[in-house]
Design a binder for this molecule. Sequence first.
Ligand SMILES: [Zn+2]
Length: 316
Amino acid sequence: MKIYNIVILCLWIIYTFVYFLMFSKNKKKKRKSNKYFKVVLFLLIITVFINGIGIISSKTKANTNNTTTTPSSVSEETSEVTTMEETTTEETTTVTTKSTTTKSQSNGTYKKISYDLSGAIDKGKTSKGYSIQEKNGITYIDGYMIANKTYGLPESFNPGKLDSTVEAAASKMYQAAKNEKGYNMWGQSQFRSYETQKKLYNNYVARDGKSAADTYSARPGFSEHQTGLAFDVCAKGKPCITSDFNNTPEAKWLSDNAWRFGFILRYVNGKTNETGYKYESWHFRYVGSELAEKLYNNGNWITMESYFGFDSVYKD
Ligand SMILES: [Zn+2]
């Protein structure tokens, strides 16, 4: 589509050039120049018409390619294509180049997971104006499944394993860590059912007391591990799922690179008041690379709570 448009633009320039050449040569022969003018005008109309067809077919293609992407990225692309239709031939070429870039990003490997939210209950907006929806007892903010201290998951929600999209992206991340740095990483604690979390939490409460347990372990139904989107990373020869992992080069690499694979550092250092949890350098959650890059914020991680404007506090 991009090359096609450049070709059309080149033809357009050639037509115009030829026309002016002929016009200046035949300045005194008004009748003849009129003939050239008509030919050039006709060719221009044909060009614009062919280009219009190209845009329409590109729009159809874009919509087909985006069936699995987020509603927002589809609407973004659609609006961009609509703009293209209204522009002249010359401008179209520029816009098309831009659209191709957008497409390669939204059609990339690390897409936002889309859910069928038809029939979801509208729960209003976050403090930053993002939609809160609830379906089957699960909360979605701006279409992202949320599990924190404010928004729990029902006991019945049991995906049984890590989401396949997340699993694939995590594999790519571990592979990159190996290729780029020689690190050996894997997902240690990944999906956790309501039942498993219940046992785990109760053990922590028995050991450290409820208020202490609440700072590092989720109550059953409130763990992000139940979503199938989050996991804890361990590295060979390094302390595993403990604050001793925080200062390792592997933790640094994860913090700097996880966003490339659509992951976010979920419990950011110094943001306990936002997430409700202590810093966890090993806990990552999938959101897709578009949001992940925003939250990564060039190394100064923003939490989901802060970005979307919601809290993470138990009701009791
Ligand atoms: Zn975790």
